[in-house]
Design a protein. Sequence first.
Length: 248
Amino acid sequence: MLEVRGLSKRFGGLSANENVSLAVRVGEIHVVIGPNGAGKSTLINMLSGDLAPSAGQVLLGGRDVTRLPSWRRSLLGVGRSYQKTNIFRGFSVLENCRLAAQSRAPFPWRVLTPAERFADTTRRARRAIELAELGGREERNAGTLSHGEQRQLEIALSLATEPKVLLLDEPLAGMGAEESLRMVALIRKLREGHAILLVEHDVDAVFALADTLTVMVEGRVLATGAPAAIRASAAVQAAYLGEELADG
């Protein structure tokens, strides 16, 4: 569903990504890991269309979308979350998701019609809320949710656009143990029907979730493979994971 071929990004003389290639299939969770400064966020920004690459290709379902802006990629089925929670804190959970759903069926000539009159967008919003396991919180103000619930809501916003690909940038950031377990279970459930690319620092969560792991160091792919093979790699241990994980 998502394929990256030789993707590179240079800022003047600095190379943030260099010749990165990977693929993500529907029903798969592909996790990208690496130390700070490895180029993970730059990569996900190029995949979403928030950042234009210097070289290489991004393919979505076989279609070259390398030069398409983020809103065009969103319409083609790319949803994403950000490192910092990106929600409408003054709106209810339902209003947040309904706004996202409306992007798929805009009615610019009916600006005075109450949003709740559009049954299809409300249906999509409620479905996304249930998928993100926020049922019963529809009328809660988004700003009053816990940190973990706000991260779930951000994922619900993506789900309301009915994406084929989910790009999740550190979805467990700032969470306690209980919230992290809930998020891991949610992402695992969302594997069905989606191709998921996940950037994450929580090593326990990474190995609990990943079908495929890509390790990046200094903007390049060091290794890609099954979690067991990555865990056993001496090169990966030296560059990122450390001997402690290899022993554990």
